[in-house]
Design a protein around this ligand. Structure first.
Ligand code: SAM
Length: 161
C-alpha cells in the first residue's frame, strides 16, 4: 500500500494493487552485527565484519561443493523496505532518480544482492564478509561467483584463440 507520509522532497510514490507475488521460499536467515538500518553499510565490503548465512537444515546438502569458492553471490529479501516508490532522493536533497537507476533497498521486489567473500563453512552455516543487511534478513539464494558449468565470456580482444 502506498504511504504518502515519509516522502522526501520531489519523491513520488504510486498506488499499487495488492501484490500477487510469486511465492518465494526463504532458505535461511542472515545474521549480521546490524540491528538498525542506519548502522548498515550502503554496500558490503570484503574487509567488513564476519556475518553468517544460516541455512535451514533441509538445504544443508545443497552446499556440497560451495566450499571450493572464494567468492559467492548472496540474494536476500530486504523485508523492511517500502515497495511503492518510483522516484527516490538518495541524498534527501530534492534531486530524484528512478528506482531502477538505483541500488536502493526500496523497490517493488526488494531483492538485495552482494558478492561476498566465503570465509568458511560450518555445518550448514556460511561465514562470509561483504554483507550490508540487517540482522535477521531472510536469505533467498546462494550462488558461486561463476561455476564450472558457466559458459565462458566471449573473447572481445579480437585476437585468435
Ligand atoms: N547490496 C545490496 C544490493 O545492491 O542489491 C543491497 C544494497 S542496499 C543500498 C543496502 C541498504 O539496505 C542498507 O544500508 C540498509 O539501509 C538497507 N537494509 C539492509 N537490510 C535491510 C532489510 N532487511 N530491510 C530493508 N532495508 C534493509
Amino acid at each position: 500500500m502506498s504511504d504518502p507520509v515519509d516522502l522526501r522532497p520531489n519523491e513520488q510514490a504510486v498506488e499499487l494493487e495488492p501484490a500477487s507475488d510469486a511465492t518465494l521460499r526463504f532458505i535461511g536467515t542472515i545474521r549480521t552485527p546490524w540491528r538498525d538500518r542506519k548502522d548498515c553499510p550502503r554496500q558490503g565490503n570484503a574487509e567488513g565484519p564476519e556475518c553468517q548465512l544460516v541455512l535451514d537444515p533441509v538445504w544443508h546438502e545443497g552446499l556440497k561443493g560451495l566450499e571450493d569458492y572464494d567468492t559467492i553471490e548472496v540474494l536476500y529479501w530486504l523485508d523492511q523496505s517500502r515497495r511503492d516508490l518510483i522516484r527516490q532522493s538518495p541524498r534527501s536533497d530534492g534531486q530524484t532518480f528512478g528506482t531502477f537507476a538505483l541500488r536502493s533497498p526500496v523497490r517493488p521486489n526488494p531483492i538485495g544482492t552482494s558478492m561476498v567473500k566465503l570465509v568458511r563453512v560450518e555445518q550448514g552455516t556460511l561465514i562470509v564478509r561483504g554483507l550490508d543487511c540487517l540482522d535477521g534478513t531472510p536469505l533467498l539464494d546462494i550462488k558461486p561467483d561463476r561455476c564450472a558449468f558457466s559458459p565462458k565470456a566471449p573473447d572481445k580482444s579480437g585476437g585468435e584463440d
